[in-house]
Design a protein around this ligand. Structure first.
Ligand SMILES: Cc1cc2nc3c(=O)[nH]c(=O)nc-3n(C[C@H](O)[C@H](O)[C@H](O)COP(=O)(O)OP(=O)(O)OC[C@H]3O[C@@H](n4cnc5c(N)ncnc54)[C@H](O)[C@@H]3O)c2cc1C
Length: 377
């Protein structure tokens, strides 16, 4: 099979690149093994402090609802963190004191949400809290097994019954001026969190849960759907296991599922993430880029990989593959002419791109522009 561009990795960086290229008419395939950082996504896009028209267009075409409002967001354990761009689900406040009295709502038996920590954090910001535990009959079957009572399973059910949750909260509200709910709504339909907000007479805040992240999975699914609707080929659950490189160019790759069918392309984009997604792998002898064995920027002394202080900015989080100025990945000291590295595999050492989601989308756009320039007349 032959494509114009093959993207390895279907997280935020790979999907951003894939959609942008496919929309410009380049026949593009994405091969992706499995979970990406979006499955753990908080709902706020780091280091995107100023609105980007290009990203806004991409998200809006995919049906991803975001808002830009620099301020702070409520974290799952009751602390607050600065944020600017976030999914519509996640409310951003000018300051942490966002209400006087808060009703925290949970579902009976759901232990991936933390009302006690939230209460402690909110009380430190002079807000008083009351807990309401709902026991919807629709969740009865899930509750039989604690391993089933997880965010995604709850969302699958409660997305069909969110009105009954609204009714129960309306009946329970006393003099509270805000309600906090776990982020377990809108797995497929991004409008549900907004509809819950509209139906309640007080401020509604959705707070993070333990992974998997419902808004993150929804974001990934919407991006993937956008890519496929644009005509892209998404090879899900597959993994690049072999590469064919000659004279500093990648010719083709082989995947686990396609056996002997090689995937050829003119351009390749590596978006395989960091240690978490297995784009980088650490061993006693060093840190290795997993697909091509690219050069990696990392501390030579293993003791300098981490800081024993838990709260410190950990050096290993800044390790990443080496590239030239236009993101050609470097192998044995030489940039590969048709292989671009994007996203978190670059490490946190690229101030021009930022970190987190900012690094993923800005570097993806930069590689896309490099590729498109080659088609410009
Ligand atoms: C747990 C976690 C939570 C985070 N939360 C946030 C947040 O809330 N906000 C924020 O701004 N940033 C967050 N980040 C930072 C995050 O790295 C970026 O925001 C961004 O989503 C990373 O995207 P990526 O595409 O570079 O990598 P990833 O999302 O890691 O995606 C890499 C993909 O490549 C696939 N892959 C790996 N090897 C292969 C192979 N050989 N063949 C095929 N596919 C392969 C993986 O399965 C994975 O799907 C988080 C990071 C982590 C690790």
């Amino acid at each position: 099979m032959k494509f114009d561009t093959l993207v390895i990795g279907g997280g935020l960086a790979g999907l951003t690149a894939g959609i942008s290229l496919q929309q410009k008419g380049l026949d593009t395939a994405i091969v992706s093994t499995g979970q990406s950082a979006l499955h753990f996504f908080s709902g706020t896009f780091e280091s995107l402090e100023s609105p980007s028209e290009r990203l806004a267009e991409l998200f809006s075409a995919a049906g991803i609802r975001t808002h830009y409002s620099p301020g702070v967001r409520l974290m799952p354990l009751g602390s607050f963190r600065p944020a600017a761009l976030s999914l519509e689900d996640v409310e951003l406040f000018p300051e942490p004191h966002f209400a006087d009295k808060v009703l925290i709502v949970n579902f009976n038996g759901y232990s991936d949400f933390f009302p006690a920590f939230l209460t402690e954090g909110l009380e430190a910001q002079r807000m008083s809290c009351r807990l309401l535990e709902l026991d919807p009959p629709e969740l009865q079957a899930l509750r039989q097994s604690p391993s089933e009572m997880r965010s995604v399973q709850i969302a699958r059910i409660m997305d069909r019954h969110w009105e009954s949750v609204v009714q129960a909260i309306r009946a329970a509200l006393r003099d509270e001026d805000a309600v906090i709910l776990p982020q377990v709504f809108g797995l497929k339909d991004p409008s549900i969190p907004g509809r819950i907000r509209q139906e309640l007479p007080v401020r509604v805040v959705f707070a993070g849960t333990q992974p998997p992240s419902v808004p993150g999975i929804r974001t990934q699914q919407l991006l993937r759907r956008r890519f496929e609707l644009a005509g892209g080929t998404f090879l899900s659950g597959d993994e690049v296991v072999q590469t064919h490189v000659h004279d500093g160019r990648v010719h083709s790759v082989a995947t686990r599922n396609l056996d002997h069918h090689y995937l050829e392309a003119d351009h390749f984009i590596l978006a395989t993430g960091t240690f978490f997604a297995k784009g980088l792998a650490a061993s006693p002898s060093g840190i290795r880029e997993s697909v091509f064995g690219l050069d990696v920027d990392c501390a030579a002394d293993r003791n300098a990989w981490y800081d024993p202080s838990f709260a410190a900015d950990q050096p290993y989080l800044h390790f990443g593959v080496r590239t030239d100025a236009v993101l050609h990945a470097v192998k044995d000291g030489t940039p590969m002419q048709n292989l671009y590295a994007v996203g978190s595999i670059l490490g946190g050492t690229r101030p021009e791109f930022g970190s987190g989601a900012g690094l993923a989308v800005r570097s993806a756009f930069a590689a896309v522009d490099q590729i498109l320039n080659q088609y410009a007349v």
